[in-house]
Ligand binder design. Sequence first.
Ligand code: BEZ
Length: 211
Amino acid sequence: MASLHLGDTAPDFTAPTTEGDISFLDWKGNSWAIFFSHPADYTPVCTTELGRVAQLSDEWDKRHTKVIALSVDSVQDHNAWKPDVEEVAKATVGYPIIADPDKKVAELYDMIHPGEGNTSSVRSVFVIGPDNVIRLMLTYPKSVGRNFDEILRVLDALQLNDSGPFATPVDWRPGDRAIVNLDIPTDAAMELFPDLDVVKPYLRYTGATSV
Ligand code: BEZ
């Protein structure tokens, strides 16, 4: 198993899901994608996480982003557990959950970590761009639920980065000023962004962005 890095093309696979068999990259198309794993069905933290992702369906849509979950449980288990998730979250799980009992996909994406038990996936998140390039990877231990508001924030930041010569500073939120990348000299940056705030020659902010 080769480990994945930022900038790699997301490996393709076919797998059974709660929405039928899928071929991952065909399913994804040219959308953004959030591919996330959870350790097991019928567990408390996972129930809250999959419910939160369901509650955020409008937010994923606004960002042209498809979401897909994975655990090493069967399709039957996923389908039997899903009503619990929906009842707790008061939201419909409208995204597929991959069944990976033979761990083929979890191993392909390095979602099984020995320190966290060999038998199930940790809480991995991959943000994959429209061109299928891996743009962000996160790994949380089984005992810590993820913050999907942060995943939305990262998506907004990545989409802003792609829209112009921008990076985002610490704790950036949509609507905050962005940093103008260093490959734009300050004279040129001032022409492009008349509000340019030059804090240091290498730290220049503009509010002239939109997400
Ligand atoms: C949970 O989702 O609560 C959980 C799953 C596996 C191990 C520990 C916690």
